[in-house]
Design a protein. Structure first.
Length: 249
């Protein structure tokens, strides 16, 4: 499994960090997780063919994680010929979001390829020999998010997206080879619905993951030594995500 960071930033604009987006390549399959603003451009920069991505997974419906969905549909419709269906997965409410997007915002285009939309809380998805388990986790007092546990052969990656500290995220990440999770703010600025380095480290430690990949940085996090703050709770390998970074799982 090869993970490519397409966007390690947030809704706060940063020139070198797009909104959330992550590409996971497993053999000849390309899976996209979230598609915040700038995802399509980043794929072009990395010479990754959008038409080779047949499965896109969304953690939640906040704009910095889903903004480029409309652009992806539009590009697939006019930028070439899609030969396979586009499969979209997301949390409850995703179908309604999709219907509004297609019927209202993208109107009056006719979509020339098939799109399958599925929403869930807890589920199990199999794509060839890739096993994906989902778990609903807490993001904020009003928003749930979906964490994805992706397993291929003997390797496991968990992408938790945006999260608040909760038992559900520890449960889905247990014994993973790598945990990709947000670290929005430094320890001295805890914001409801987001993690700081110590809490991200505590999750990784309790879940006994091998590697912790921190991402989703607001400018305040980048001004602090968040790796050092995280090391207080987690003694394993810590990676700070950067756009265009690739990590072998």
């Amino acid at each position: 499994m090869k993970l490519t960071v397409l966007g390690s930033g947030t809704a706060a604009p940063l020139l070198d960090r797009n909104c959330a987006g992550y590409l996971l390549e497993i053999n000849n399959k390309k899976l996209l997780f979230d598609s915040g603003a700038g995802t399509i451009r980043r794929l072009l920069e990395l010479k990754i063919d959008l038409f080779e991505i047949d499965n896109i997974f969304y953690t939640h419906l906040h704009n910095d994680h889903i903004n480029d969905l409309g652009a992806i549909i539009w590009s697939n419709n006019y930028g070439g010929t899609r030969k396979k269906a586009l499969n979209l997965y997301g949390p409850y409410g995703f179908k309604q979001y999709y219907n509004i997007l297609v019927k209202k915002l993208l109107k009056p285009i006719k979509i020339y390829f098939k799109i399958n939309v599925k929403e869930f809380k807890k589920s199990f998805i199999k794509i060839k020999n890739i096993m994906i388990k989902t778990n609903e986790i807490k993001h904020s007092s009003t928003t749930k998010s979906i964490a994805y546990r992706i397993k291929h052969q003997n390797k496991t990656l968990v992408y938790a997206g945006d999260a608040e500290y909760c038992n559900e995220v520890i449960e889905v990440a247990i014994n993973a080879d790598a945990l990709l999770i947000e670290c929005s703010f430094p320890d001295n600025k805890k914001i409801e619905g987001h993690l700081n380095p110590s809490l991200a480290g505590k999750i990784a430690s309790k879940a006994k993951v091998k590697r912790l990949i921190l991402t989703h940085f607001y400018p305040e996090a980048l001004k602090a030594d968040i790796k050092k703050q995280c090391e207080k709770e987690f003694k394993g390998e810590i990676i700070l995500a950067k756009d265009k970074m690739t990590i072998n799982i």
